[in-house]
Ligand binder design. Structure first.
Ligand code: ZN
Length: 1038
């Protein structure tokens, strides 16, 4: 196993790409640059004239005048509109008062505070570093363009005092003292190897014990135990061999091995807390109206609930950016290395209290577009010559205003119908498309759903086939439809398969469904046209009859082999024949080993972990890429429900799903009684999802920069058009931008995302999202406008894409390196001259290190034998499609102390940090990350709480098999159920609840989600990571 981690011991290898001082590094390697063939940027477009009509105001859309809220067409109602009044704008980061005092820096403590008997220089080095490390969340209160004046709250009481005790918290008080454990071996230089069997995390939180793998968290031997979390030697499942602790994400040669006996405890409360950042933002901006009326405005965090009002820029629900202020030059961009990216979720769900998108219909004429760059009419366009012409904000071309669209300008130069037209005043809206935007210039047919059920032996025997068929009988009544329509236009069809395919004729005039078998898997064809895709309401009795019969029909099957690619091919052919787009729902269990195209073999190989060949595990076998391309070309989205009990090659089978905008669901070792609720909930949610079909997305930008890379569950046929067989509310595309010229501070950086798609009722539409960002020549402005949640989304997707072609270690190194580089650049250029030893984080990136560490030790980037290859491929594919809210929760789970529920209020208790020391023996905690959900019960949790939740008398009576809470008639149970529903409702995947009892076996699994701690498999703790990143920054600046 490789011993190399994401950072080496000092000195940091100077040969690392991208290291070597500042200024535009020629060798700079960072994300978006992986083998990017487009790394040279084209010159500005010829013939593009510079704007002669600069935008006078940084806010292209001002507040609408009172009373101007009616759109001229009666169908336009401009929502709840609180026009004009902007008493409360949110600009820039929260005021200093919110942050400064929250994170007291730990400042220098004299060495004498902890007698250091170890002569090793490495020890001294680390000690120096730790001692001198100061974390300051620099809060700029100076105006734009000025250098910050003060960064370092001086003289804060040291938080770093060797074996100090944690401040006792309520949960920690009164617990039995930890038993004394023998002191560590005298020489702990090989700390990891000296590990006893206990998983290391068991002793964080101030338990004295032998040789904690993380000396920073360890107390002095022989010190009296603090009032911390008691040691948990017992019952931790398999003993952890020493070698398992050195997983590649660990810090070999780093702090973990540098220190000798004197141990210091870094107070976790003194380092930036994600929870504090989330809570501060909620307090400052939660529950308010956020109006998008200002260019370059940083929105509330994705974890903050507020009502968003479109006043000229797309809602952050649709677009979030890594920074809302772009550097003016590419040299500056290379210096800062802050990725310039937008995470676009074009079909994001909006809550009922926000206005849905307006539909603009210009009839036969179609949307108004710039003659040169084809950008759509939007609030950024500048009307000139009395309103007869307009200048395109994206390419500066002067266009004539079509006569039907002409309107006079007011004294401000604004059209007098500005507020009557969504395309002039809103950031997001839709256009009705004309036949020019349709395949073969013909209006599309409504889409179809095809249900394709694997009826091989195991699925029949497990009862899965019957479960699916029974559910569909009621679920088909809930197919998605447009708001104004009474019934869904979507047609349905049915196929079953194992080694051969069975098509069903369910025409409404038939008395009985008819089955047609296709055995030629090499040349799949659709044996019937009429009667295959039907309107469910019309064919209800035949379809119901079929769904009743399917489980019976195959009850005696012995067939255990399956095909897979031909199933998808059949779906494509059926949609092609019906001339419509659609979605396949495939319910599949096994590796497709039957002789047919797309046959897969088991190629899983744990020996590849941490080798240069590890990437091959994520690459698809065979011809699945070509199949995906065929699907996209025909508007065929593939949803895959997998029920594996062994390796099924998710990297190959899931590829088509990922490329076609589908969703992959995976239920390992599916058991009917325990897993049905999760599966059925996923299926119900998925079928009812609103979505667009047969979509193409195009991102246009104003001059000086352009979109260069796209990350997401999408297919790129060329370098500009993002093709999506379908796109639903949960899917997001992350777009990276690069300079190709100098940007203009007055004009800003404008982005227009247009998605051409077929609606659920078969209408062709174009959904437009516009957003304007600022530009600045001051680095401090760039950092001040950053959004860490969007940065992590970008880093995760770019890294997860890169692992297909790069060794994982290289990918981790680059992430680490880029993080250090971004922070070093900030320190060097934006913070006031501070001691070299201080770690200074921009206010907007305070939690970047902790989130970055979570990404680095995610199972995708850090292979380890305990996690299956399929699971890693599954996570990889899911993250590629995620929006910012989903990646935030996925990498930093929500941990709620539910024992402190306030039954009198509706509020959800504030989350706590994902660390073992936040747990308490007397508490109960809920953890969720969007895929998994745990209810952790402390061994000392009160019997009343147990009774209230489970209706059993004590902890011992709770069955570990439980996967849901009973419905009980008491306020506590009801409130918790409500919270569970709330958490679940916003997430695309249904989370199965696992009950975890303290000190029982499943706790091992749960602990992997305590992401601030050192992972039991060796992933660095937050504190270790901070030390590491600090060291790298220091080296970059030295
Ligand atoms: Zn243009």
């Amino acid at each position: 196993m490789s011993q190399q981690g994401y950072v080496a011991a000092p000195p940091y290898s100077q040969s690392q790409p991208g290291i070597g001082g500042f200024g535009p590094p020629s060798s700079s390697v960072h994300y978006g640059h992986y083998g990017d063939p487009n790394s040279s940027y084209s010159a500005p477009q010829p013939g593009v004239s510079k704007s002669s009509v600069p935008f006078g105001s940084p806010a292209p859309v001002g507040p609408p005048p009172p009373g101007a809220q009616q759109f001229s067409q009666s169908s336009f109602q401009n929502g709840s509109g609180t026009p004009g009044q902007q008493p409360h704008r949110f600009q820039g980061p929260p005021p200093p008062g919110n942050t400064g005092p929250s994170y007291p820096p730990y400042s220098h403590q004299s060495q004498a505070a902890f007698p250091n008997t170890a002569p090793a220089s490495s020890t001294a080095q680390l000690a120096d570093q730790l001692n001198s490390m100061q974390i300051n969340s620099y809060v700029s209160c100076s105006g734009p363009g000025t250098a910050p004046s003060s960064c370092v709250p001086p003289g804060h009481p040291a938080a770093f005092q060797g074996p100090r005790l944690l401040p006792p918290t309520q949960q920690q008080m009164g617990l039995p003292p930890a038993p004394q454990l023998p002191p560590p071996p005298a020489n702990n230089a090989n700390g990891l190897c000296a590990q006893p069997a206990l998983p290391p995390m068991a002793r964080q939180g101030g338990i004295p014990g032998p040789a904690s793998p993380n000396p920073n968290l360890q107390h002095l031997p022989g010190q009296p135990p603090g009032p911390g979390y008691p040691p948990q030697q017992a019952n931790y499942g398999p003993q952890m061999a020493a070698s398992q602790l050195s997983y590649p994400g660990a810090l070999p040669g780093g702090p973990a091995q540098l220190s000798g006996p004197p141990q210091k405890k870094l107070d976790p409360d003194s380092i930036p807390s994600p929870i504090q950042v989330i809570e501060n933002d909620k307090a400052a901006r939660g529950g308010q109206v956020y109006a998008t009326n200002t260019r370059g405005q940083v929105p509330p965090l994705v974890t903050t609930n507020c009502v968003i009002q479109d006043q000229g820029h797309a809602s952050p629900r649709y677009i979030r950016c890594t920074t809302y202020c772009f550097p003016v030059t590419s040299d500056m961009a290379k210096q800062a290395r802050v990725p310039l990216a937008a995470v676009i979720q074009p079909f994001a769900a909006v809550p009922p209290d926000e206005t849905p998108l307006y539909l603009v219909n210009h009839g036969e004429t179609g949307p108004i577009r710039c003659n040169r760059c084809k950008a759509y009419m939007c609030p950024f366009m500048q009307f000139i010559e009395g309103g007869r012409r307009y200048q395109c904000a994206f390419c500066n071309c002067i266009n004539d205003v079509p006569p039907f669209f002409f309107q006079h300008l007011d004294h401000m130069g604004r059209r007098i119908d500005h507020y009557e037209r969504p395309e002039l005043s809103l950031g997001s809206y839709e256009y009705a498309a004309t036949s020019d935007y349709c395949r073969d210039k013909k209006p599309p047919n409504p889409p179809a759903f095809i249900f394709m059920i694997d009826v091989s032996y195991r699925n029949i025997k497990s009862g899965l086939v019957k479960l699916i068929c029974d559910e569909l009988k009621t679920l088909l009544d809930k197919l998605p439809r447009e708001e104004q329509e009474e019934s869904s236009a979507i047609r349905v069809g049915f196929v079953t398969y194992h080694k051969v395919l069975h098509f069903f004729n369910v025409k409404s005039t038939l008395a009985q469904p008819q089955m047609m078998v296709v055995t030629d898997m090499a040349e799949v064809f659709v044996p019937l046209l009429d009667g295959f895709l039907v309107d469910f309401e019309e064919s209800r009795s035949v379809v119901t009859n079929l769904l009743d019969q399917i489980p019976e029909l195959f009850a005696d099957t012995n067939e255990s082999e399956t095909v897979f690619a031909p199933v998808i091919q059949a779906g494509v052919e059926a949609l092609k024949a019906a001339e419509c787009a659609g979605k396949l729902f495939i319910f599949h269990s096994s590796l497709p080993t039957a002789e047919a195209p797309g046959k897969l073999k088991n190629r899983d190989d744990k020996k590849l972990l941490n080798t240069d060949k590890e990437k091959t595990l994520f690459q698809p076998q065979g011809n699945y890429e070509a199949l995906a391309k065929d699907c996209v070309a025909n508007g065929c989205c593939v949803n895959l429900f997998l029920f594996p009990n062994q390796y099924v090659d998710v990297a190959s089978m899931g590829l088509v799903t990922m490329y076609t905008g589908g969703t992959l669901y995976k239920y390992n070792n599916f058991q009917l009684n325990t897993d049905s609720p999760q599966f059925l909930s996923d299926l119900r949610k998925d079928i009812q999802k609103k979505m667009g079909f047969d979509a193409t997305m195009r991102v246009r930008t104003s001059t000086g920069f352009r979109a260069t890379d796209f990350f997401g569950a999408v297919y790129m046929n060329n370098t500009t058009d993002v093709e999506m067989a379908a796109v639903d509310c949960d899917k997001a595309v992350t777009v990276e931008f690069k300079h190709d010229d100098k940007l203009n501070e007055d004009a800003g950086a404008l982005i227009q995302c247009a998605v051409l798609y077929t609606s659920m009722s078969g209408q062709r539409r174009i959904r437009i999202h516009n957003i304007g960002l600022n530009c600045s020549s001051q680095l401090a402005d760039i950092y001040r406008a950053c959004e860490t949640d969007a940065l992590i989304n970008f880093f995760a997707k770019s890294a997860f894409k890169a692992i297909l072609s790069q060794p994982l270690k290289t990918v981790r190194d680059i992430l680490m390196n880029q993080t250090a580089h971004m922070l070093a650049c900030y320190k060097k250029n934006c913070a006031s001259p501070a001691a070299v030893s201080q770690l200074i984080l921009p206010d907007t990136m305070k939690v970047l290190p902790v989130y970055m560490n979570c990404l680095l030790k995610s199972c995708v980037l850090a292979g380890r034998p305990e996690i299956s290859t399929d699971e890693r491929a599954f996570h990889r594919q899911l993250v590629m499609a995620m929006g910012v809210a989903d990646t935030q929760l996925f990498f930093y789970p929500l941990l709620l102390p539910i024992h402190s529920l306030d039954l009198k209020s509706d509020a959800v208790p504030a989350a706590v940090r994902c660390s073992e020391e936040r747990l308490s023996e007397g508490g109960a905690f809920l953890l969720a990350n969007g895929l998994s959900m745990f209810l952790w019960l402390g061994a000392g949790v009160s019997p009343e709480l147990i009774q209230g939740l489970f209706n059993v008398p004590s902890f011992a009576h709770i069955s570990a098999e439980t996967t849901s809470l009973p419905d009980l008639d008491n306020p506590f149970s009801k409130k918790l159920k409500h919270i569970l529903e709330q958490i679940q409702s916003q997430k695309p995947h249904t989370m199965k609840l696992m009950i975890v009892k303290q000190r029982e076996q499943p706790e091992m699994l749960f602990r992997q989600f305590l992401v601030e701690d050192k992972s039991i498999y060796g992933g660095a703790s937050y504190v270790d990571f901070l030390v590491c990143i600090h060291k790298e920054i220091s080296q970059l600046l030295s």
